[in-house]
Design a protein around this ligand. Structure first.
Ligand SMILES: *Cc1c(COP(=O)(O)O)cnc(C)c1O
Length: 417
């Protein structure tokens, strides 16, 4: 077949040029943002496919539109694969994002005004777990538990607050907590006070899929996740459950559609299916194991160089640095690191006195650098450069071109695709 020539008048040079620049940025920077990864070429192909044209409101075999023969198959495969990797018997693959998944969970199990107990935002909870800036806090009555001084989850505090407030739902799962959350302990508290136990495993889903982080599905009534963090699939959300009845599952389905969404993003659902298949491979399990190996290596270097970690227990994909003793804000250091082509995000730390635009901490994750197979030798180099920049003002006042060159060469040595 003859290839059609692209008509320059229609072809949007401006946007495609920017996409290309973004690709080059991703290639040439060390990405330590804990919530990002690089999806596979196949995942991106599916997302750029003709499936984006199709309306398929409803669920497989129960659609409001004709022409859903193939998208039905795709959604069924996505569900089947997700059930397998997370060992559950209910999955909804339609939430457009993690936030949508969470809103759908609330909308299915809570009434307006119900009390919910969640992790405080400054202690690692997510915006959608009742932050005052999020709609969740306007709809429901949120109460918050905190970490203890060592940066551990304070289960006694959860118990006490549950006893006091009798919440309809308790939420666990975090955006910056690096340790193991004892799902069973919180589940027992929830049972005692007749609360739903909801786990948001957005950050750790890839680790759970690879069976190297405890699967919350055995303890929670309902589990949500993103598909683009450690899971390394397309940007999106999912909801999972196990051992509930059909009416419970129907409630969740109805809450997603028509409750809070219209037509599903079938191109993204196809990409989710591809990512779930990838998650069954040995290569993927090794990838997830290396995420943890690498973050532990980084944590040890920070500790050896006396840079404070919010929690010493590092069992997931990320760690949180407390920068207060260097008189540095998260905003300052993330900007400076950016000039070295090292990308991190500023992050609140427990009891932070600064606001979320400034912060006293940064969050560092190894999902992306592990995805591009950066080896321990080079992780050591990157981490020590970060330590030098944090601890020595001369590297902050003036960019050290040698460091910058080293970072650039590491990027060249370990391509993202
Ligand atoms: C990232 C994240 C979300 C939200 O995901 P979006 O896709 O950005 O809406 C929800 N909960 C937790 C714990 C997260 O880390």
């Amino acid at each position: 077949m003859k290839k059609k020539k692209i008509n320059n008048k229609i072809y949007d040079n401006k946007i495609f040029d920017l996409i290309n620049k973004e690709y080059i940025r991703q290639k040439n920077q060390i990405n330590l943002i804990a919530s990002e990864s690089y999806s596979s070429i196949d995942v991106m192909k599916a997302q750029g496919s003709c499936l984006t044209n199709k309306y398929s409101e409803g669920y497989p075999n129960k659609r409001y539109y004709e022409g859903c023969k193939y998208v039905d198959e795709i959604e069924k495969i996505a569900i089947m694969r997700a059930k397998k990797i997370f060992d559950c018997d209910y999955v909804n693959v339609q939430p457009h994002s993690g936030s949508q998944a969470n809103l759908a969970v609330y909308n299915s199990l809570l009434n307006i005004g119900d009390t919910v107990l969640s992790m405080d935002l400054k202690h690692g909870g997510h915006l959608t777990h009742g932050s005052i800036f999020n709609i969740s806090s306007k709809l429901y009555n949120f109460k918050y538990y905190k970490l203890n001084k060592k940066g551990e989850i304070n289960y006694n505090n959860i118990y006490k607050l549950s006893k006091l407030y009798k919440p309809k739902m308790i939420i666990a799962g975090s955006s910056s907590f690096s340790g193991i959350i004892d799902w069973k302990k919180i589940s027992n508290i929830a049972k005692k006070f007749n609360s739903y136990f909801f786990v948001d495993m957005s950050h750790i889903a890839g680790l759970v899929a690879a069976k190297i982080y405890p699967n919350p599905i055995y303890f929670a009534d309902i589990v949500s996740s993103t598909t683009h963090k450690t899971l390394s699939g397309p940007r999106g959300g999912i909801i999972l459950s196990k051992n509930k009845d059909i009416s419970f599952y129907n409630k969740i389905d109805k809450s997603v559609f028509p409750g809070i969404q219209g037509g599903p993003l079938m191109h993204v659902i196809a990409a989710k299916a591809i990512c779930f298949k990838e998650a069954m491979s040995n290569k993927y399990i090794i990838y997830q194991k290396n995420i943890i190996k690498n973050i532990k290596q980084m944590a040890n270097i920070f500790k050896n160089r006396n840079i404070k970690l919010v929690s010493d227990s590092i069992e997931s994909n990320l760690l949180l640095l407390d920068l207060r003793k260097y008189n540095l804000t998260g905003l300052e250091i993330s900007n400076i690191l950016n000039n070295y082509n090292i990308i991190v995000n500023k992050n609140l730390i427990p009891n932070d006195k600064l606001n979320s635009n400034i912060t006293s901490g940064i969050r560092i994750g190894t999902t992306s650098i592990t995805r591009r197979n950066i080896t321990p030798k080079y992780i050591n180099i990157i981490t020590n450069i970060i330590c030098n920049i944090i601890t020595d003002i001369k590297y902050r006042n003036k960019i050290n071109n040698n460091f910058k060159k080293i970072i650039y060469n590491i990027c060249k040595k370990f391509p993202i695709y």
